[in-house]
Design a protein around this ligand. Sequence first.
Ligand SMILES: [Zn+2]
Ligand SMILES: [Zn+2]
Length: 178
Amino acid sequence: MRSAGAISGRQAGPDAGYHEGCGHTSLSFDDLVDTLKRAGLRMTENRRAILRALLAARAPLGLDEIREHSAHHGGMPDFATVFRTMEQLEALRLVQRVHLGRPSSHFELLDPRSHHDHLVCVQCGRVVPLVDKCPVEQMERDLARRHGFTEIRHSLEFFGKCPECSGSATRKREEGGK
Ligand SMILES: [Zn+2]
Ligand SMILES: [Zn+2]
């Protein structure tokens, strides 16, 4: 049974369901600030707080979550500020939109040195970053060659049920205990 309350409750914890060390960017706070300044954006306290919230995130965040997390990093951005800032960061290719099969978009920092796709549990919302290998890297190169496109990018999400939600984790434990 799918319940919205359970999903948001699970996401509220900073470590809920996310593998340690995955999905982290090699960009530093200073890298991000430099890029924004070069693009002519003013570095307000709210923008700094939003960047810090994104850097600390261990999974893609929704706009509400970005706003909430920014409060822990010395900012109080309203919804419109978060929305506009994410659009600007996306245009600068510092952030990518990730579609987790929920009504609203989620965002994460885009690491130019380590792209990854996502495996998403449709029941509990757990997100597993796929850091080993991108399955469509070769296809991207072929598309560029065949259609003459440059700067091709993609965001790829696989959906399914995690072991906990499908019950296979419990079954395995029970079988192992026998
Ligand atoms: Zn699950
Ligand atoms: Zn990929």
